[in-house]
Design a protein around this ligand. Structure first.
Ligand code: CA
Ligand code: CA
Ligand code: CA
Ligand code: CA
Length: 406
């Protein structure tokens, strides 16, 4: 992504324009064009370095630029979307794209290389260079694992939240479907793991940042979500982590785990199967704030019970806490060190198609892999069925500039 370093304050531009007028003298000539002529809601460009002369303006995508092709020298983006300036026509994304942030007030303008041949306006900066959602491919599992599959086609699927607050359903064939049009950035926890409403379809649970309320979004069975229902009246912001786990209590219904910020205690909130949560039970006395990731990972050790994977922040180690009836068993080290390079984890059941639950991770900028480096590498660690993980596979490299995965 190329961002022009040459930015100027529009107030300066305005000043320059007025200065020019002043030099001309009152009434001596028509008012000279200026950056400030760009109307609100438009992207504007000029063939001059100071925003004078004829102005180009658009509030829609332009696949070609006609007489303006390769002429932009000064630009301002007064739209509420990101302006992508493509060096090639038809919004070519693979070469030469510069990104201009939304600037409805028109307080910033800058210089562009005179190489622009098409202009697109998009809700997220990522979309100037990539599709709105990342690449996700999976193999069908031999049997249902009870979670990780919103549309019940045996292929583990992912929900991705983008920086514009939209929610995308990735079914596992590389495609993405918009299932949440807006507003999802109001949530500061998003989890899914199993069926809470009791209709056999996987659901999503979200915590509203402004209220601390916990909402259940019932899965419709096709990747989209139905009308939400309140399942936690408030107070959930007292939790540092909320995990949708699968069944820990042993009644076949999916449960929620949460870590209490103030105490580091781990609580079990048993799902009732009717879209509510029963009275909580303490299952971890202290220390859980020392974990920087908690993943309801499904049955990793092959005993038929869902397990929990936790990353210890201080050591970068990965631990498996085997699920027992209503409690967690003694932890087992499954990753020696180095796991702090992961930005997030996904427990989706079996994604490799061998019937064993796997672990998926998305990397931070410090990751150095074999075929992928830096932020946004998608890694699959195949579960061996005995609680341990096989060697990672780097399966995609475009899981960045987004805002959450579940
Ligand atoms: Ca699926
Ligand atoms: Ca459900
Ligand atoms: Ca287990
Ligand atoms: Ca597997």
């Amino acid at each position: 992504m190329r961002i022009s370093p040459l930015r100027r304050l529009a107030t300066l531009a305005t000043t320059l324009g007025l200065t020019s007028l002043g030099l001309l003298g009152a009434g001596a000539a028509p008012a000279q064009a200026a950056i400030s002529d760009c109307p609100a809601g438009y992207f504007c460009a000029w063939k001059t370095m100071d925003g004078t002369g004829t102005m180009f303006k658009t509030n829609t995508n332009k696949a070609t630029l006609g007489s303006w092709d390769n002429t932009f020298q000064s630009v301002v983006n007064r739209t509420s979307e990101f302006a992508c300036l493509h060096d090639e026509p038809n919004y070519e994304r693979t070469v030469g794209v510069s990104v201009w942030d939304p600037d409805p007030a028109g307080t910033e303008w800058g210089h562009s290389d005179p190489t622009v041949s098409s202009v697109s306006l998009v809700p997220t900066a990522r979309e100037c260079n990539f599709p709105a959602y990342p690449e996700w491919y999976t193999s069908a599992a031999p049997q249902a694992s009870g979670f990780g599959d919103l549309n019940a086609d045996l292929q583990a699927d992912v929900l991705v939240r983008d920086k514009a607050g939209r929610l995308w359903f990735l079914r596992g064939d590389g495609s993405g479907q918009l299932v949440g049009k807006s507003g999802w950035n109001a949530m500061n926890a998003l989890v899914r793991h199993g069926d809470f409403s009791g209709d056999g379809r996987e659901d999503v649970i979200a915590r509203e940042a402004s209220t601390g309320k916990l909402w259940l979004y019932p899965g419709a069975g096709n990747g989209s979500l139905g009308t939400r229902k309140l399942i936690g009246n408030g107070g959930w912001n007292a939790m540092s982590r909320v995990v949708s786990y699968g069944d820990l209590s042993g009644d076949g219904r999916s449960d929620v785990l949460a870590v209490e910020k103030a105490t580091g205690k781990l609580w079990l909130y048993p799902g009732t199967g009717t879209g509510t949560l029963a009275a909580r039970k303490l299952i971890g006395n202290s220390g859980w704030n020392g974990m920087s990731a908690l993943v309801g990972a499904g049955d990793m050790n092959g005993d038929g019970r869902a397990d929990l994977i936790a990353r210890q922040a201080s050591t970068g180690q990965l631990w498996l806490y085997p699920g027992k009836a209503g409690a967690l068993g003694s932890r087992v080290l499954i990753g020696n060190s180095g796991w702090n390079v992961m930005d997030s984890f996904l427990g989706l059941g079996d994604v490799t198609g061998d019937g064993r639950a796997d672990l998926v991770a998305i990397t931070k900028s410090s990751y150095r892999g074999e075929s992928c480096r830096g932020v946004g590498c998608l890694l699959v660690y195949p579960g061996r069925g005995n609680g341990t993980l096989g060697s990672r596979a780097e399966t995609a490299g475009d899981w960045f500039a987004l805002n959450g995965f579940l």
